[in-house]
Design a protein around this ligand. Structure first.
Ligand SMILES: C[S@@+](CC[C@H](N)C(=O)[O-])C[C@H]1O[C@@H](n2cnc3c(N)ncnc32)[C@H](O)[C@@H]1O
Length: 257
């Protein structure tokens, strides 16, 4: 049976975001854009991982609750952030009363959950009227954009060698799903992160520390070796090497009275 997304992140929790500050980098960009917290601004971060958003949101003054469905992630976050309220929880069933939070965040999670619409309904329920849902999904590349590395082209090319259910993550209609749950979609913003890479091998190691690991593990071994060889050959001579990625930040507000 295919390994579930939660099991993958549980397995990767010991190395997640260790090689490059990718998720923590995007998490800071999201946290910076949140509104000023009110006197008792309560923020729920779902699929919190190692606290990419939860930690800087707390630094900004929010009263943060971080949740994740992978026990390993929860254990690591508790260990690294002893003062943070961290709970093991699947985002499909949020164990909080209605109208509990001013802000809910979800960094690069919504495209991974089994039922994004169900999660959006739960988020809507636990937000106070006027509350904000801010979440990121992997970005669409703006027109004319070229990847600073050739890896995305390889991911596209090798997808045909994946078994059914291979890899992870599905796009969904974010705006339609928000509107259906009763949100007023406010804004879509593309966020960009450039991270210098010491060498091509660093990029390969980075792929082992998050969701792309499942894609690579799901390839037949000879194709995986070929992917690695092509990546290293392609990038080996290029200097400087930069990992440039985009995510889309969606912000939406609860409209119920
Ligand atoms: C790509 S990571 C993002 C983590 C963090 N938000 C960040 O930006 O680094 C996805 C996280 O979502 C969690 N996750 C996946 N499915 C989930 C679900 N149904 N409910 C709660 N967490 C989930 C995983 O365990 C993992 O920690």
């Amino acid at each position: 049976m295919a390994e579930s997304v939660i099991d993958v992140f549980d397995r990767l929790s010991g190395c997640y975001d260790d090689v490059l500050p990718f998720f923590s980098g995007f998490g800071r960009l999201v946290a910076e854009r949140l509104p000023e917290p009110g006197p008792a601004g309560r923020l729920l971060d779902i699929g919190a991982g190692r606290g990419a958003i939860a930690v800087p949101a707390r630094e900004r003054g929010y009263d943060v609750t971080a949740t994740d469905a992978a026990p390993g992630m929860v254990a690591r976050l508790r260990q690294e952030q002893p003062g943070l309220d961290v709970r093991l929880m699947n985002a499909v069933h949020l164990d909080f009363p209605d109208d509990s939070f001013d802000v809910v965040t979800a960094g690069l999670v919504m495209h991974l959950v089994d039922d994004a619409a169900a999660v959006v309904r739960e988020v809507h329920r636990v937000l106070k009227p006027g509350g904000l849902f801010a979440f990121t999904v992997p970005g669409r590349e703006p027109d004319g954009f070229e990847f600073a590395d050739g890896a995305n082209a390889l991911f596209g090319e090798f997808a045909r060698y994946l078994p059914p259910q291979g890899g992870m993550g599905v796009a969904f209609d974010e705006i339609g799903t928000l509107a259906e749950a009763g949100f007023d979609p406010l804004r879509e913003t593309d966020l960009r992160l450039d991270l210098p890479l010491a060498d091509a091998e660093t990029l390969w190691r980075w792929f082992q520390t998050h969701g792309s690991r499942k894609y690579l593990d799901d390839l037949p071994p000879d194709r995986r070796d070929e992917f690695r060889r092509r990546l290293l050959d392609d990038l080996g001579g290029r200097r400087p090497l930069t990992l440039r990625r985009y995510v889309w930040l969606h912000e939406a507000q609860v409209t119920r009275p």
